[in-house]
Design a protein around this ligand. Structure first.
Ligand code: SF4
Length: 121
C-alpha cells in the first residue's frame, strides 16, 4: 500500500496494476479479487518452473522482476504461464505513461534457449 491508500502487488511496481484504494474501496473489493488469490497461491519465482532458465538469478525470489521479464523479454515464461495465466500487472498503467515498463531491467541476461524451462519458445 502506498501513501495515498492505493494497493498494488508490490511497492516496487508503482506503475502497475492497482487492486484498489483502502480509503475508497471496501476490503473485499480489494482483497477478494482473483489476482489477489493468484498472488497468495503462487510460489516465488525460482522454483521448479525456473530450473535452467537464463533469468534465474534475476527473477529468483522477486515477483516484480519475473513479471518484468515475462512482459518484455520472455513472454513464454513457464512460471508466469502456470501461476498468472491471462493476468498483466501493467494493465492499469497510468495513461500518461504509455509504453513505460514497470521498471528498467537492471541486467541484460542472455535470452533462454528454446526448449529450456519446458517451453517451445
Ligand atoms: S523468466 Fe520465468 S521461468 Fe525464467 S527465472 Fe524468471 S520467472 Fe522463472
Amino acid at each position: 500500500m502506498d501513501y495515498n491508500g492505493e494497493v498494488r502487488a508490490c511497492n516496487f511496481s508503482r506503475d502497475s496494476k492497482k487492486f484498489g484504494n483502502l480509503l475508497e474501496d471496501q476490503y473485499d473489493a480489494i482483497f477478494g479479487q482473483k489476482a489477489n488469490f493468484q498472488f497468495r497461491n503462487a510460489p516465488s519465482p525460482g522454483g521448479a518452473e525456473c530450473e535452467g532458465c537464463s533469468y534465474y538469478f534475476y527473477c529468483s525470489g522477486c515477483f516484480v522482476k519475473a513479471f518484468m521479464v515475462s512482459e518484455s523479454e520472455y513472454p513464454a515464461c513457464p512460471w508466469r504461464k502456470k501461476w498468472f495465466e491471462g493476468m498483466s500487472l501493467s494493465r492499469d498503467a497510468s495513461p500518461e505513461l504509455p509504453g513505460r515498463k514497470l521498471l528498467p531491467l537492471l541486467i541484460q541476461p542472455t535470452p533462454p534457449t528454446p526448449g529450456h524451462c519446458g517451453c517451445s519458445g
